[in-house]
Design a protein. Structure first.
Length: 73
């Protein structure tokens, strides 16, 4: 028995998925909201997740467009 495989150049598996403008904006808004929430955590909560106040503040100051690549997949 043979199996038919879709023809796909080697580069297609490494391409980033195409997001609609709306989904991209929603993702960026989510990044901003999460960073705002991180900045609002108290020192005890930050310790629980293994971050210092200065690390949390540095992350919160990053722009919403500066999301890690693995969040965009």
């Amino acid at each position: 028995m043979t199996h038919a495989t879709a023809s796909c150049p080697a580069s297609c598996s490494s391409r980033k998925p195409q997001h609609s403008l709306f989904s991209r904006l929603r993702l960026l808004w989510s990044v901003r909201r999460q960073r705002d929430q991180l900045a609002a955590l108290d020192d005890r909560a930050l310790k629980d997740i293994g971050l210092t106040r200065s690390q949390a503040e540095a992350e919160a100051r990053r722009g919403f467009w500066s999301a890690p690549d693995h969040w965009l997949r």
